[in-house]
Design a protein around this ligand. Structure first.
Ligand code: GLN
Length: 242
């Protein structure tokens, strides 16, 4: 039985980020893989070591401030689970909180967990719109589509980016990098929601979660004809594909 955890579903759920949980669960169910969802709100206990896939969605500055104290208490457990291979998808506000800090436009510094070597500072311009990113998964390149809306500009330290911006802003609109990748942690600015729009990425996360539990079996192929078509339409609209 795989356990999917949505941390702070009432506070970190911008632009349909919950859809990432739904897509992950559905792709398990379509293959007969038993799965359950655990929603964890402020103050509620969770054993990250027993979680297979963790979603930290996006949230506004206000929501980030509301969860920061609660999240800090969970830092040692979460860091230990990440070191041991927990699969995490962290989006926008959730992504920023895994780094060292997020500085708002007013100059307030929201401390991050410092698990990933990166920091974020709010800029005056909102980075908003549809975005396409090239991501390499096990040597295979995919063109992921999504929607971004952030004022935070993220800069990476020693951590690797998740991908390369084909169209849009990504981490900061300057260096062409998008997201961050550390062990089995995938950070990104892509809402959309991301996983329903990009099934190859969903399956990659699922494979990693299964591998961590010693369940190496190859995944049954699913019919992704609509997802693939939708992806192509968006890439065309963004001028990436003819
Ligand atoms: N508050 C952050 C920003 O604007 C995160 C927003 C989000 O999660 N979409 O940069």
């Amino acid at each position: 039985m795989l356990t999917v955890c949505h941390l702070y579903p009432d506070l970190l759920n911008l632009y349909g980020d919950r859809g990432n949980v739904i897509a992950f669960v559905r792709r398990c169910q379509w293959r007969g893989i038993p799965v359950r969802v655990q929603e964890v709100n402020l103050g509620q206990p969770v054993d990250f070591g027993a979680v297979d896939f963790l979603l930290l969605g996006g949230g506004s500055d206000r929501e980030q401030e509301l969860i920061t104290a609660d999240l800090q208490q969970r830092a040692p457990d979460l860091a230990a689970a990440i070191e041991e291979g927990l699969v995490v998808l962290a989006i926008c506000g959730g992504y920023q909180l895994l780094g060292r800090y997020y500085r708002t436009l007013e100059g307030a510094e929201i401390p991050g967990l410092g698990i990933l070597d990166l920091y974020t500072e709010a800029g005056t311009k909102r980075l908003i719109g549809n975005i396409a990113v090239e991501i390499e998964l096990d040597g295979r390149k995919i063109h992921a589509c999504g929607f971004e809306n952030h004022s935070g500009q993220t800069f990476l330290g020693k951590v690797k980016p998740l991908g390369r911006v084909l169209k849009g802003y990504g981490n900061n609109g300057q260096d062409g990098l998008e997201g961050a990748r550390y062990k089995n942690v995938f950070c990104t600015y892509l809402h959309g929601p991301l996983l329903p729009k990009n099934p190859a990425l969903t399956d990659h996360l699922l494979q990693l979660a299964l591998r961590r539990r010693g369940m190496e079996a190859g995944l049954t192929l699913l019919d992704d004809v609509f997802e693939t078509r939708a992806n192509r339409v968006m890439l065309r609209r963004l001028g990436i594909k003819k």
